[in-house]
Ligand binder design. Structure first.
Ligand code: PEP
Ligand code: MG
Length: 904
């Protein structure tokens, strides 16, 4: 049966010196690689001709049960004819064979995630044609064996270890150490053994028909969209499953044609630091895969890098000065054209330079800051564009700890500083095990000879990664940088015995489970867990943050419960405290007793006695917070203890509380049983506690106001506390407690002879509160501010317990019911609508109502964008996320300004 694709759509796009159909902005259709090859060809750069089969065909292929539509086949063959004409060769021809590479290329870059086949078109006859034409039999047979190896692995499913073993045997028998020691005759022998091994494995000879090879390879690339590692990569990077991959078929150019040929990869700026220096590696007489696979150690491109690394092998700059000059000109052109740092692959075939790929280079967050600032300063980007270039979520990477410079360290081995930051953990050699141990809450350092895309889940689970082989552009290095995991790679002094589960270095043996620390900035591997320091932020970070502050509309506050949190929040640029959870001030041993005493007291007198102990503690805490924050707003939330977190359970705790209350342990136990709740998160929490026992609010309000008086006396600054009532659903609840707060304020004013300035407001964290926002904010005595508690609002809107959600979330995410965890990123459609309703109804009755958010969503970039669009005044998040929120708020403002401009 024949199958055809839709007749109206074009499925194959050519690129090359004589004709180019696509361009850079066609990534959705041509994939990133295909679109950029077309763009480079259109710019007149030396790109080997080729064609791209669109991503739409991938969807058709997978929907058709793995069939390539006939009209697509015909278009590809016609394209191959044109490509052949360009290079003076013909696909399948015995004398002048056209060889091609077949590579995947999705819309988003997915390095190493899908399959690639090189040298396709070789068989027992065409290899001879290639040998004769190139006058280089060694090269022709080397290419043929590479093709057989790759094709068998990717298309026929023969494990590559089969070929490695044959090659190793051949080398050992003949006393060779390098692949380049093998002659044409050697390769012929190896090829014969490869073919035998394949036939033994698959019961069929290796395909000699070049068309069969071609469709096999194209199918494998389309099929690789569905392989396990590609699926994992998509899940980790939020790439939709329906995007599909394009297939690029391109005339081969050869870096393995002898000493004037080479292959290399380069970044136009240093991807670790962002410094404006050409950065990359190359191998003489090799094909592209050799560099990335980390089998041979590549040489640096520039003399400066060679000297710095103390390398003896020459740089490209000295070895091939003309090519190097041309490359640097092209790099500059590409960077200006794409207005971003580029990651480039090139090949030199007998002195002639060819460009094989360009794309925006992956970089560390520190490098992203530096590159964005410098591109803006060089006039290549505007400041707003520079801000949009940094992914706020990646900021976490900048906040990685570093090794305390004063700490004593015993270095086991050194390697390449592949990805910055320090991490400590147990040695684990296996990726599955790393994932399993991480799930138990253990910190892991994944140690491998080299990593491959199969290790992606282990790398993700690990706190840090070490490899014994591979350079700065090896798989481990590239992936670790992208994930923000510290990584040391190419630590060749490490002797890793995977089977025995040991690591030998420096005369010592380490076993699985032993603790080590790695410093990905210095490239060091160190014994034990070394003390670390928190990062300090300055330079380019400060520049970007100040640009962000210049454009954002949303305020950014921090959730801070202690003076230490408040200081951290200020150092990260918080403009106030949006949530101080007062119950968190009682987690410490000496304080929790007083709190338990208060909760378990059986009458008002007992409670007041306990509250009298708590008052000075709270007053001292608040005073410190006010002193640190100066005139910045500080929102203090009245007590909201889920009771189960505070009730005494163990005998030791029960005895202590009973003693303090002057009751018997048995009586206390009975009281604890009485207070037990089936659903504590929906129980005697928040304002409900104070509605029943208003003396709690009275004490807290007194502590807040007395602290405000004392702090402003001490600092000379005016303090305006914002007193926030939690878990309100009814206006009456709000009124009852607001009245207690006002009465207490009047008492403190009278006692201190000071006029207080303060606001009273409420959390909006129950659907009823969002719906009744107008009622709650109406009139002189209505709430003066709202703060959306989206943790509880998510829990109560979806009806999904915050504490029991984990296993449900996992299956809901897997079944695509939740795109993301709604406790991490706000559920715009449901919870978001409640926030929008609350905001609109509240503002209708009080246009000056100050509105913020203080759930965990306040530090999530997507939720910050939502808050901007919904017109909130500020977000409040944990101190370390404050820079993330500042940048996300700026990006939200820039995006919505652009949307407004587009509409006009
Ligand atoms: C909330 O519910 O979003 C909130 C900030 O309060 P908590 O997490 O303390 O319940
Ligand atoms: Mg809450």
């Amino acid at each position: 049966m024949t199958t055809t694709a839709t007749a109206t759509r074009r499925h194959v796009y050519l690129f090359g010196p004589s004709r180019t159909d696509g361009k850079a902005d066609m990534k959705a259709l041509l994939g990133g690689k295909g679109a950029n090859l077309a763009e480079m060809a259109a710019l007149g750069l030396p790109v080997p001709p080729g064609c791209t089969i669109t991503t739409e065909v991938c969807a058709l292929y997978n929907a058709n049960g793995g069939k390539i539509p006939d009209d697509v086949r015909a278009d590809v063959l016609a394209a191959l004819d044109e490509i052949g004409r360009d290079v003076g060769a013909k696909f399948g021809d015995a004398e002048t064979p056209l060889l091609v590479s077949v590579r995947s290329g999705a819309r988003a870059s997915m390095p190493g995630m899908m399959d690639t086949i090189l040298n396709l078109g070789l068989n027992d006859r065409t290899v001879e044609g290639l040998a004769a034409r190139s006058n280089n039999a060694r090269f022709a047979y080397d290419s043929y064996r590479r093709f057989i190896q790759m094709y068998a692995d990717v298309v026929l499913g023969v494990d590559h270890s089969v070929f490695e073993e044959i090659l190793e045997n051949h080398k050992n028998l003949n006393g060779f150490s390098l692949d380049t020691d093998l002659s044409a005759g050697d390769w012929k022998g190896v090829i014969a053994e490869y073919k035998k091994a394949i036939e033994a494995e698959i019961d069929k000879p290796f395909p000699q028909d070049t068309s069969e090879q071609l469709w096999g390879a194209v199918s494998a690339v389309f099929g690789s969209w569905q392989n396990a590692r590609a699926i994992t990569y998509r899940r980790l990077h939020d790439i939709p499953d329906d995007w599909g991959t394009a297939v690029n078929i391109q005339a081969m150019v050869f870096g393995n044609m002898g000493p004037t040929s080479a292959t290399g990869v380069a970044f136009t700026r240093n991807p670790s630091t962002g410094a404006k220096q050409l950065y990359g590696e190359f191998l003489v007489n090799a094909q592209g895969e050799d560099v990335v696979a980390g089998i041979r150690t590549p040489q640096p491109l520039t003399e400066a890098a060679r000297k710095e690394a103390g390398e003896t092998a020459p740089s490209l700059e000295t070895l091939m000065p003309e090519t190097f000059g041309e490359l640097t000109r092209i790099f500059d052109l590409l960077e200006r054209h794409y207005r971003d740092m580029q990651d480039i692959e090139f090949t030199v075939q007998e002195g002639k330079l060819w460009m094989l790929q360009t794309r925006a280079g992956k970089r560390t967050t520190a490098a992203a800051f530096r590159i964005a600032v410098e591109l803006a300063e060089e006039g290549i980007l505007s400041r707003e564009e520079a801000l949009m270039r940094i992914e706020p979520g990646a900021l976490d990477q900048l906040l990685h700890p570093t090794i305390d410079p004063d700490a004593e360290k015993r270095i086991i081995a050194t390697g390449l500083p592949a990805s910055p930051g320090a991490a400590a953990g147990e040695i684990v050699f296996d990726s599955d095990e790393a994932e399993a141990l991480k799930a138990q809450g253990r910190s892991i350092i994944l140690v491998r000879i080299e990593t491959s895309p199969e290790d992606i889940h282990g790398m993700h689970a690990a706190a840090g990664i070490v490899t014994a082989r591979g350079g700065m552009t090896s798989h481990a290095a590239v992936v670790a940088r992208g994930m923000g995991r510290p990584c040391v790679c190419g630590a060749s002094a490490l002797k890793i015995d995977m089977a025995a589960g040991t690591l030998m270095a420096n005369g010592r043996t380490f076993r699985k489970g032993d603790l080590i620390t790695i410093d990905g900035t210095a490239g060091e591997i160190i014994v034990g867990a070394v003390p670390m320091r928190q990062p300090e932020l300055s330079g380019d970070f400060a520049t970007i943050m100040s640009w962000a502050d210049g454009v954002r509309r949303l305020g950014v506050r921090a959730n801070a419960d202690t003076p230490r949190d408040a200081e951290a929040a200020l150092s990260f640029g918080a403009e106030g405290i949006g949530l101080c959870r007062t119950e968190h001030m009682f987690f410490e041993e000496d304080r929790i007793l007083a709190m338990r005493e208060m909760i378990c007291a059986t009458d008002e007198a007992g409670r007041r006695k306990a509250l009298a102990k708590i008052l000075p503690m709270q007053r001292a805490d608040f005073k410190q917070l006010f002193e640190i924050m100066g005139e910045r707003p500080v929102t203090i939330r009245l007590l909201d203890p889920p009771l189960h977190e505070f009730l005494p359970h163990e005998d030791r705790e029960i005895t202590a509380v009973a003693q303090a209350l002057g009751i018997s342990p048995a009586t206390l136990k009975a009281r604890v049983t009485e207070l037990h709740e089936f659903n504590p998160m929906l129980g005697f929490r928040g304002c409900r506690l104070a509605i029943r026992y208003p003396e709690i609010t009275e004490m807290q309000a007194r502590a807040i106001f007395e602290a405000a008086v004392a702090a402003s006396k001490r600092t000379g600054k005016s303090v305006t506390p914002e007193v926030m009532i939690p878990l309100v659903a009814y206006r009456t609840e709000y009124d009852l407690l607001a009245r207690v707060i006002r009465e207490t304020a009047r008492a403190v004013e009278a006692e201190s002879g000071t006029k207080l300035s303060y606001l009273i407001g409420t959390m909006i964290e129950l659907p009823r509160a969002a719906l009744k926002a107008a009622e709650i904010a109406t009139g002189e005595d209505g709430a003066e501010f709202f703060s959306f508690g989206t943790n509880d609002l998510t829990q109560t809107c979806i009806g999904l317990s915050r504490d029991d959600a984990a296993p449900i979330l996992a299956s809901y995410e897997e079944k695509a019911i939740f795109e993301v965890d709604p406790f991490v990123s706000i559920d715009r459609d449901g919870v978001g609508e409640l926030v929008a309703i609350g905001t609109e109804r509240g503002r209708k009755v009080n246009p000056d109502l100050k509105i913020g958010i203080c759930g965990e969503h306040g530090g999530d970039p997507r939720s910050v964008a939502f808050c901007h669009e919904t017109g909130l005044d500020y977000v409040s998040c944990s101190p370390f996320r404050v820079p993330v929120a500042r940048l996300a708020a700026a990006q939200a403002a820039i995006s919505s300004n652009a949307a407004v401009r587009d509409k006009d």
